[in-house]
Design a protein around this ligand. Structure first.
Ligand code: ADP
Length: 492
């Protein structure tokens, strides 16, 4: 099967969160399962041209792409996803992508991804590489399913059998723009009316377009798939999902163990495995030194790595701070995001020197060290489509404390709950109520267990022995693609 991925992120080239990790890994798993895969991403300024050995695609050449009536001469560069033969194509349009950040709040954010979506389609035509599946990810690529069924449907010879898949990595981001975007994107005017396939509350939504036009849609865990069909989690698009419920699936994300394995992690000085955890303690000591924390091998270290935004549960953490700081534990935080949370952690580090250390910013290497060095990982998300750090934590023997929602509910098994039922199969600690008391008591439970090495060791071993490799989820994606192809055939 031939699969073309369109995404605004792909690790290691450009990443702000989980989407980057998924698109850096799933295509490789699909290749190993016998698929032919190509990936398309924008060529942002942050992408290191020389480091990744990008070469110009003469096969594609110069593509004039029209956005809002202006033609942009667009070029494409190509490289490979590391550890694979998967080709990754970089859509180069400096006018839109030569900016300091991957995402912007500039007034032409819609135009950037209109151009990208058209360029993906036209690159495929120029390459004469006819995909069976066009796999779109999040709002930035939501117009693609609409485009191939509408604006580019003149090319049925090429796209007539191409099915599209729309994956929701986070329902909170819907790509909503004013009505003028209809003109900029060259969407038919008669497609914009109340509750139309592209309209949400008076604005144009790229995600809605994707959800309405794709042959199959999915999200990144089964629990989140259930949650977003309700008004509490659906962010206004729950009715769309209910309408398409027969074509809507949940497939949990996997982990790229080439990148995230404490036995081989290239960012660690001290490697370790479930058979021998000595290296973990050395990482803990090293992190304490580098992050200026007061080291005590027996005092637990609690780690947080996250975008510092409300949906990750930081208001809950903020409310719980006075109690959390009373515990005999050290804290290390890596993240960036909303000012109020950045300032909260900066000031905590100031008020509790030696006990709290915060790195405000994005630092891939440090994220690996924190996973390896911490005893506990805290992720009390308000909602969480899948979440990856709790799964990395399991592999690194870093016991996760999570709120039981979305992918966190599907990947972490509560220790107490499991042992209450006579099974020592728990891998972490979880709580349901989005309330400070519930968070604090989970932390208390974890710290209590930490005092008993034989109990802690069991929880760590349970987590480290779990396998979240992409192979299983890759197989589920292949089934999803088959369903998309049969929908495409039946509906055309
Ligand atoms: P989301 O996609 O909602 O941000 P996920 O848990 O799915 O959340 O994925 C987050 C990914 O981004 C993980 O690989 C995590 O390690 C990484 N990450 C988040 N914040 C930072 C940061 N400040 N520095 C380095 N890596 C980060």
């Amino acid at each position: 099967m031939r699969i073309a991925f369109a995404s605004s992120e792909a690790f290691p080239f450009a990443k702000t969160g989980g989407l980057g990790d998924v698109v850096g890994a799933l295509p490789k798993a699909l290749e190993n399962l016998g698929c032919e895969v190509k990936v398309f991403v924008p060529k942002y300024a942050v992408i290191d041209h020389a480091k990744y050995d990008l070469s110009y695609s003469y096969a594609i050449g110069e593509m004039p792409i029209r956005v809002d009536g202006h033609v942009h001469n667009t070029h494409v560069f190509v490289s490979k996803l590391p550890h694979s033969e998967v080709e990754i194509y970089f859509i180069d349009c400096p006018h839109y992508f030569n900016r300091p950040d991957i995402y912007t709040s500039d007034s032409d954010e819609d135009e950037r991804f209109i151009l990208f979506s058209k360029a993906v389609i036209e690159s495929l035509q120029r390459l004469q590489w006819k995909p069976d599946i066009l796999h779109c990810n999040d709002w930035q690529t939501g117009l693609i399913p609409l485009y191939i069924k509408d604006n580019y449907n003149w090319d049925t010879r090429f796209f007539g059998e191409t099915a599209s898949v729309m994956t929701i990595h986070n329902m909170a981001y819907q790509g909503r723009f004013p009505k003028a975007t209809i003109r900029k994107a060259e969407i038919r005017k008669d497609l914009f009316y109340q509750n139309s396939p592209v309209e949400v509350w008076g604005s144009v939504s790229f995600l809605k377009a994707g959800l309405m036009y794709a042959d199959v849609i999915n999200t990144v865990s089964k629990t989140y798939a259930r949650e977003i069909t309700t008004s509490d989690y659906g962010a206004g698009l729950e009715d769309v999902l209910r309408l398409r419920i027969n074509d809507f699936y949940g497939i949990v994300n996997g982990v790229d163990y080439d990148v995230w394995d404490p036995k081989t992690d290239k960012h660690l000085l001290h490697h370790y495995s479930s058979e021998d955890l000595a290296g973990k303690l050395k990482n803990k000591q090293f992190l304490h030194e580098t992050m200026h924390l007061k080291y005590d091998a027996h005092r637990p270290l609690i780690g947080i790595i996250s975008r510092l935004v409300y949906l990750k549960g930081f208001d809950l953490i903020a409310e719980s701070i006075p109690e959390l700081m009373k515990f005999d534990a050290n804290w290390v935080i890596l993240g960036s995001g909303e000012d109020k949370y950045e300032n909260l952690f900066r000031s905590l580090a100031y008020v509790f020197p030696g006990k709290v250390s915060a790195y405000i910013g994005f630092n891939n290497e440090l994220s690996h060290l924190i996973e390896a060095a911490s005893d506990i990982f805290l992720m009390p998300s308000h909602f969480e489509p899948c979440g990856l750090n709790q799964i990395y934590s399991l592999k690194y023997g870093t016991v996760p404390i999570v709120r039981k929602t979305g992918g966190l509910a599907d990947t972490v098994k509560d220790w107490d709950e499991a042992s209450y039922h006579g099974k020592d199969t728990g891998t972490g600690f979880s709580f349901v109520d989005y309330k400070p008391d519930a968070l604090i008591s989970s932390v208390k439970r974890a710290l209590e267990c930490y005092k008993y090495p034989h109990v802690w060791d069991k929880i760590q071993q349970n987590g480290m022995n779990k396998n979240f490799s992409w192979e299983e989820s890759g197989k589920q994606y292949i089934e999803l693609y088959k369903k998309a192809r049969s929908n495409r055939k039946n509906n055309s």
